[in-house]
Write a protein that binds this ligand. Structure first.
Ligand SMILES: [Zn+2]
Length: 661
């Protein structure tokens, strides 16, 4: 049934496209998208106006985007296009996949422009696009590394494992779709379509059967398909996914590239964590559109593997710096945790797509954990300093950097932040999903009705959320309000972490002032009624300070506890704790209190209490303990007040081995 409807829409799309091929195809793409079980509400229909994300989005617009473009200029990334297009002379500068950084900043600029007009930024980006267009070869090929100082056709596709031509193309497609949707200007989209058509002429059944060592093109092709309705892009995305791990056309690159066995036979998250996250996201995209059950079954297995054995409390993934890769089961060291920023973003993208496939809130629990913790740590409050790895402990030699030679992380942040409003709501036919909590408003188009919804809340510092529902006309439909796992005594949807004590504070839900029982389905409280203008849902998620312990198989956290409150993971920093944290013991019975500090780190709730600290006796022969004031701050906000020790996991009692792993 679903497949038939899909075919109908695709057919409709093809017919429409043939009639209106010179018109912008945005409206057409909406028809294609109807195949997804759950559809997200586009970020353009959601306005976040809170004290948490809004300032970060504004900083991204005002500081990070211009800053990142400036860095792309300074490092020759943009000149590479001008050189490739014959607009200037010179050698190629930087790393071979530097094109992708420029594309990611354009994508971020596109989202930002869609959120808020900025003629100066738009004019600048138009200029960059001119340079990119000049660098495209007559046949459609686009990759500056093989184009400077002269075009080298003999080098094309000669190192599929390492040279990232298709990876760059994927990012370009994402940028083109975002910028076209923001501005309606076709130039970048035309370049993208020409490139995609060229790639389609090279790869596919009966042509070259190879894959890129770094996934990403799959996501980009699906976006291009959703925009244009041209099915060959979807087929090509599926082709690249199906060739992975399949030795019929290329020598396999191994598990580092998830190229060790066919994807539908994979059950474990392995190899480079960013590559993996992009692959799983692309698979989820294709599965949404084709209904491919084998993909879904593989994704379900791999997801279970990650949340049960490979996920940091911060939502970070990729334990190992070597190979920027997933570790073994339960291998989750803190000080050497790699947790690349791009891997956090890829994991967020993947979990969002898993939610769209299954309509289950457990994926949003992971998504929320990532965005408030393991992702957000990656950028300074000022918007111009970045983490590449996001470790959970530091001995005081690590801080954010202004840029990196390999700048994948900062440019990924640039595009991810302005897209965040797109994660807040979704709908499935007549059901409206409230996925995340953030003050602001949204206009949601469902079937034949439009519903406005407004959230008032101090989330993530306070779990009280007031939602005012304004349907265009009174109508019967269901609103599904996510009840986060953390509010139901389950920090993550697995046994990897658990709260030390159960909280007896209950989640409460009211409609128009009247308490209602929680009618739960897949992690959402379902409220089905005839909604009329001005109806109010009040959700109260108690936010006591909670102590979390790990599954005992996580060696690095043995005997240790972490503090969380609501979706926020805490850490202790030396600057608040007498200069050190590796000597602190936080007993289970110490009372702790939460206090909002408007003056601190952009406004944060801190946790205070007493701890014991260890220090050597005067003769140096004994270890003594003393009581001291203890302060923990949100993990994402660490490393803003000088360089010092930091730890998320603290010993619960004096231990023989105090080394932080
Ligand atoms: Zn990165």
């Amino acid at each position: 049934m679903m497949v038939q409807r899909k075919n109908f829409f695709v057919l409709l799309t093809v017919l429409l496209l043939s009639v209106v091929s010179f018109m912008p195809s945005v409206a057409i793409a909406v028809e294609v998208k109807k195949d997804c079980p759950v559809q997200s509400v586009p970020f353009t229909d959601v306005q976040i106006k809170d004290n948490f994300w809004w300032p970060r989005m504004e900083t991204n617009r005002k500081v990070t985007i211009p800053y990142a473009f400036g860095k792309c200029e300074e490092t020759g990334r943009i000149d590479n296009f001008a050189k490739a297009g014959g607009l200037m002379k010179g050698e190629f500068e930087g790393i071979y996949f530097n094109d992708s950084d420029v594309y990611k900043v354009i994508e971020g600029a596109g989202y930002s422009l869609k959120n808020r007009a900025d003629p100066e930024l738009e004019k600048y980006v138009d200029g960059v696009i001119e340079k990119i267009a000049s660098a495209q070869w007559e046949d459609g090929y686009l990759y500056t590394f093989y184009s400077v100082p002269r075009r080298q056709p003999e080098k094309r596709w000669t190192n599929m494992r390492d040279n990232h031509e298709l990876y760059c193309a994927g990012h370009f497609f994402e940028a083109a779709v975002a910028y076209y949707q923001a501005t309606g200007k076709r130039k970048i989209l035309d370049v993208a379509i020409k490139l995609a058509d060229y790639i389609d002429s090279v790869f596919g059944p009966g042509k070259r059967r190879e894959v890129s060592g770094h996934e990403e093109i799959e996501i980009g092709l699906v976006k291009l398909y959703r925009l244009t309705g041209n099915e060959k892009y979807l087929n090509l995305a599926k082709f690249f996914i199906d060739e992975r791990g399949n030795a019929r056309g290329h020598k396999l690159y191994g598990s580092y590239c998830q190229d060790h066995k066919p994807v539908i036979e994979q059950s474990e998250a392995v190899g480079h964590a960013v590559r993996a996250g992009y692959l799983y996201s692309g698979m989820a995209d294709v599965a949404s559109l084709t209904g491919d059950r084998d993909y879904v079954r593989a994704l379900d297995r791999i997801w279970q593997d990650v949340v049960s054995k490979k996920l940091y409390l911060t939502g970070g993934v990729g334990a190992r710096g070597g190979g920027e890769s997933f570790g073994n089961d339960y291998e989750l060291p803190n000080k050497t945790a790699y947790c690349e920023t791009c891997a956090a973003i890829a994991n967020a993208m993947w979990n969002h797509r898993m939610f769209l496939l299954h309509g289950d809130a457990k994926y949003l629990d992971v998504l929320e954990r990532i965005i408030y913790n393991g992702f957000l740590s990656s950028i300074s409050l000022s918007g111009d300093k970045f983490f590449y790895p996001n470790p959970l402990a530091s001995d005081g030699n690590y801080q954010r950097s202004p840029w990196f030679g390999c700048a994948c992380c900062p440019t990924n942040i640039v595009r991810f932040i302005p897209s965040l409003p797109g994660y807040v709501y979704a709908h499935r036919e007549d059901t409206l999903y409230v996925n995340l909590f953030a003050a602001g408003s949204a206009t949601i188009k469902m079937n034949n009705k439009t519903v406005q919804i407004k959230q008032q809340t101090r989330y993530p510092w306070d779990g009280a959320v007031k939602m005012t529902v304004n349907p265009e006309h009174s109508a019967e439909f269901a609103i599904y309000v996510r009840i986060p796992g953390w509010a139901k005594n389950q920090p993550v949807p697995s046994d990897l972490y658990r709260y030390l004590n159960k909280s007896d504070k209950k989640v409460a839900l009211k409609v128009n002032g009247k308490s209602i029982a929680l009618d739960m389905e897949k992690g959402f409280a379902r409220v089905s009624r005839t909604w009329k203008k001005g109806d109010v849902i009040e959700l109260n998620l108690p936010m006591p300070i909670r102590r979390v312990v790990s599954n005992e198989k996580v060696e690095a956290n043995a005997g240790r506890v972490a503090l969380v409150r609501g979706p926020i993971v805490y850490c202790a920093e030396g600057v608040d704790n007498d200069g050190q944290v590796f000597n602190i013991v936080l007993s289970d019975d110490v009372p702790l209190e939460a206090k909002y500090r408007e003056d601190m780190l952009g406004g944060v709730t801190v946790i205070r209490g007493k701890a014991r600290s260890l220090y050597p006796s005067e003769d140096g022969k004994l270890v003594e303990t003393k009581e001291q004031e203890f302060v923990a701050i949100p993990y994402y906000a660490w490393s803003h007040r000088g360089v010092g020790e930091m730890a998320v996991w603290l010993p619960r009692r004096v231990m023989l081995n105090f080394d932080v792993q």
